[in-house]
Design a protein around this ligand. Structure first.
Ligand SMILES: [Zn+2]
Length: 467
């Protein structure tokens, strides 16, 4: 952390409201913090990175990912949300042991770093014992990513001997908050991920209150399908439980009134365009949320179905929104949603949404050096005409050359540093094999689909023909 770095000669995109982008500038980093930015900086005694032909910008923030599902990669490429719930939440989740969670979270967090994601909200909802929680947390720490470890209160499909009551789960979160996650200054901080609020309301209320007692951010799946009765947001509003510390996920079926309630409370939304579009959750709420002035962010959600990088999520969110607007209004005279707006969603707005606005999410002196270097000299970025638009419209994860988290270089010249990647890959493959074997193989993944209604009110959603 005592290292000094001079990053020299980059095209700098700051994503900061008070600092303009700079076509050729330097960034000085001291003790993990941005000390100065500008053209022609002079500094002695520091390591220098020459970044001619590169873009330097804040690292991305993924506000919604179930990192534990990394070993299940692409199994659900053709799944609806009901297929997903039956296969992953009912069938596969109980088959994960603590060492599996570790292998999954390590590989998943490294995958995120590799793709330029320096901060991750890990919605960790496969915690069936204190050891599961400890393993999930340890892997995030070992990956050296900045993360909100959002302790998931959701009960699995089978009773857990380690957690005989709902309260015992709340108690275990308290254990972590008073021990390993007591500090909010470390790279990995504590959060709470609520159980879907279709459980008895007293339980949801207890979860929300416990998060507030622990003084940690809350995140919650919300309105991903139509349900009967008042919405989760309405219920929370009625009891005065909304707040700027709540990050709702999906909200595809949220009413305009609910979006206004979130906006008025200072809360935020994580849109996960790829899962929402695939799984039949309705259209991403991006445009409606932005028009309602809700702080709107993006997440990858599940690599068990889709991609794990935010370049894809940005482009998909943008073009779906444009498609919806064009379908409503016909041939447009202008596009309302600008490409560069998406950058704000994956940087500064995402940081604000999880209480890290002062620490990360933009490049400015005083903030931690969470940043990425993109190959603006790659063929798919050349010539570099409008740098922000090029990042949103053309760049991909393969363009991420270097990644720094709090001033520590974790990826350089395309290679993740200080990590035994063959071992990480081997472990995640072994985990995939073990978990599938425990459920009786691939052919059994959807065998409990008919039982789903016992676990979730899924609004009587239709089934797929080929499920
Ligand atoms: Zn999710």
């Amino acid at each position: 952390m005592s290292e000094r770095w001079l990053l020299r000669g980059a095209e700098v995109i700051t994503c900061d409201p008070d600092s303009a982008d700079m076509p050729r500038a330097d960034v000085l980093i001291e003790n993990g913090v941005i000390a100065a930015m500008g053209p022609g900086l002079r500094a002695d005694d520091c390591r220098v990175l020459e970044l001619d032909g590169k873009i330097l910008m804040p690292g991305f923030i993924d506000t919604h990912r179930h990192t534990w599902q990394t070993p299940l990669r692409a199994l659900g490429g053709d799944w609806t949300v009901m297929d997903y719930l039956a296969a992953v939440r009912v069938k596969l989740a109980p088959a994960f042991r603590p060492s599996d969670i570790y292998a999954a979270n390590l590989a998943g967090a490294l995958e995120a770093l590799d793709a330029g994601i320096t901060t991750l909200v890990d919605y960790s909802h496969c915690i069936e014992s204190p050891e599961h929680a400890d393993s999930a947390l340890e892997a995030l720490e070992h990956a050296r990513i900045r993360a909100l470890f959002s302790y998931g209160y959701a009960e699995g499909a089978r009773a857990s001997p380690a957690f005989p009551t709902h309260e015992s789960r709340l108690q275990d979160a308290r254990r972590l908050r008073t021990t390993r996650l007591a500090s909010d200054d470390r790279l990995v901080r504590m959060g709470i991920a609520l159980t879907e609020m279709q459980i008895p309301w007293e339980s949801s209320r207890a979860e929300i209150r416990s998060a507030r007692e622990l003084n940690v951010p809350i995140t919650a799946h919300c309105s991903a399908w139509p349900v009967s009765g008042p919405s989760e947001i309405q219920q929370m509003a009625t009891e005065g439980l909304l707040g700027p510390d709540v990050l709702f996920v999906h909200c595809t079926w949220s009413s305009e009134e609910d979006l206004k309630r979130i906006a008025d409370s200072g809360g935020a939304i994580a849109v996960t365009p790829e899962t929402e579009l695939q799984m039949g959750m309705g259209f991403p709420v991006t445009g409606r949320a932005l028009r309602s002035r809700v702080r709107t962010t993006l997440g990858c959600d599940v690599v068990s179905s889709n991609g794990g990088d935010l370049f894809t999520a940005m482009r998909l969110a943008l073009q779906v929104e444009r498609g919806l607007a064009n379908a409503r209004g016909g041939m447009p005279r202008a596009l309302d949603l600008k490409a560069e707006r998406l950058l704000q969603m994956v940087t500064r707005d995402a940081a604000e949404a999880i209480g890290l606005g002062r620490v990360t999410g933009s490049l400015r002196p005083g903030k931690d050096a969470d940043l990425i270097v993109l190959a603006a000299d790659a063929l798919n970025m050349t010539p570099l005409n409008r740098p922000r638009d090029a990042v949103v419209m053309q760049a991909h994860a393969g363009n991420v050359e270097s990644v720094m988290v709090r001033g520590r270089l974790v990826k350089h010249r395309g290679v993740l540093l200080d990590v035994d990647l063959p071992a990480v890959r081997r472990k995640v493959v072994e985990t995939r094999n073990a978990v599938l074997e425990r459920v009786g193989g691939l052919s059994m993944l959807l065998s409990d689909r008919a039982e789903l209604d016992k676990h979730w009110d899924t609004g009587g959603g239709a089934t797929t023909d080929d499920a």
